[in-house]
Design a binder for this molecule. Structure first.
Ligand SMILES: Nc1ncnc2c1ncn2[C@@H]1O[C@H](COP(=O)(O)OP(=O)(O)OP(=O)(O)O)[C@@H](O)[C@H]1O
Ligand SMILES: O=P(O)(O)O[C@H]1[C@H](O)[C@H](O)[C@H](OP(=O)(O)O)[C@@H](OP(=O)(O)O)[C@@H]1O
Length: 318
């Protein structure tokens, strides 16, 4: 990474020698889960310091920052970045003849080109929606290389819960279904998922939501973190298979917890190799290449062995 003209090598630094300043704008919850003391200490040893951005002051009055890291609910953050761009431009305009309205579209990134904004707002809009977030994998064709990529059959319901049973029948989706809020904004509500076992209970759901066919996958999930050329795969516990017998006996809509969070690590679990086998490295590398090409940001892909895949090379994302 080249910053301020110098190559940042990520090596340990002398105590106090600062190389990178990361301005962050995170919710309290995220600060607690992400900026752990041992992480900040490790970063400091590498000359990286994290500085909280004051959201009540103009961005250009703070810093200077080398990188901006953000994950805030709603649009207020985007407006701060865009507003900041306009604020700078108003200042410049008062001393220049240019009054092009196009200038008002510049954002912080354009007025501060040296600052790296991770997850630029316009590059991640599609990730706030569980339908559009999958678009980057739905049409990936890796069959010429190491397998195929699939997503569970799904449909979006935006209104009238009473119409859901008929809509599901028309779409031919098979029970059980996983009901997920359509919007993914980091709120607790956006992670409130349900398993739906029967048709009639569907009308109790609260649109807007995504309904996905449940895919049996042996209760093991892989999360693949891709940042540039770096690929990290972790194995997590996941929902157990739903048998036909269970489906016949159980009815209703059942909420379930965040079963595959970091605390559900299965890296050291003694699991059936058929479901615990890590995805083939060439498939991961090809996926990383494809996603880097399509996304302007680090990616997290959730992978499960698709039992229907004869050689377990199918990548099932959702
Ligand atoms: N179509 C599906 N078939 C089978 N299991 C599923 C399916 N979709 C989700 N799950 C199960 O539900 C869990 C959460 O799903 P998902 O990752 O979509 O929600 P999330 O709120 O983003 O989760 P988190 O952020 O906690 O990883 C998955 O880890 C998996 O166990
Ligand atoms: O398994 P991990 O820790 O990667 O799961 C993450 C998940 O990928 C998202 O980053 C969640 O963030 P939000 O979408 O903003 O909720 C994380 O939730 P958090 O409550 O821990 O911040 C998950 O841990």
């Amino acid at each position: 990474m080249r910053l301020n003209g110098e190559i940042y090598d990520g090596e340990d630094r002398e105590e106090g020698e600062q190389k990178l300043v990361v301005g962050y704008a995170l919710t309290l919850k995220k600060r607690k889960s992400f900026l752990q003391p041992n992480f900040e200490r490790l970063a400091r040893n590498k000359g990286i310091s994290f500085v909280a951005i004051d959201q009540n002051r103009p961005l250009s009055d703070q810093g200077p920052f080398d990188i901006i890291l953000h994950k805030l609910l709603g649009k207020e953050w985007c407006e701060i970045i865009e507003e900041m761009g306009k604020f700078d431009l108003e200042l410049k305009r008062s001393h220049s003849s240019s009054n092009s309205t196009n200038d008002c579209q510049m954002d912080y990134r354009q007025t501060q080109p040296q600052v790296i904004v991770l997850d630029p707002p316009d590059a991640i809009q599609h990730l706030y929606n569980r339908q559009s977030m999958l678009q980057n994998v739905v049409d990936l064709n890796l069959s010429d290389f190491h397998g195929k990529v699939g997503v569970p059959r799904q449909m979006v319901i935006t209104e009238d819960p009473l119409s859901i049973p008929d809509e599901v029948t028309k779409a031919g989706l098979k029970l059980p279904l996983v009901a997920k809020p359509l919007v993914v904004d980091g709120s607790t509500k956006s992670h409130e998922l349900f398993l739906v076992y029967d048709q009639f209970s569907l009308s109790e759901l609260e649109p807007p939501l995504v309904l996905q066919e449940f895919v049996n996958h042996g209760g093991v999930l892989f999360k693949i973190y891709i940042v540039g050329d770096a690929i990290k795969v972790v194995r997590r516990h996941s929902l157990p298979n739903v048998s036909k017998c269970e489906l016949a006996k159980v009815a209703g809509i059942i909420p379930f917890p965040r079963v595959s969070s970091a605390s559900a690590s299965a890296d050291d679990a003694d699991l059936d190799p058929g479901v615990a086998e890590l995805p083939p490295q060439p498939l991961l590398e090809r996926l990383a290449k494809e996603l880097r090409h399509r996304l302007a940001r680090p990616s997290v892909v959730q992978y499960r062995h698709d039992p229907r895949a004869w050689d377990k090379r199918c990548l099932l994302c959702y």
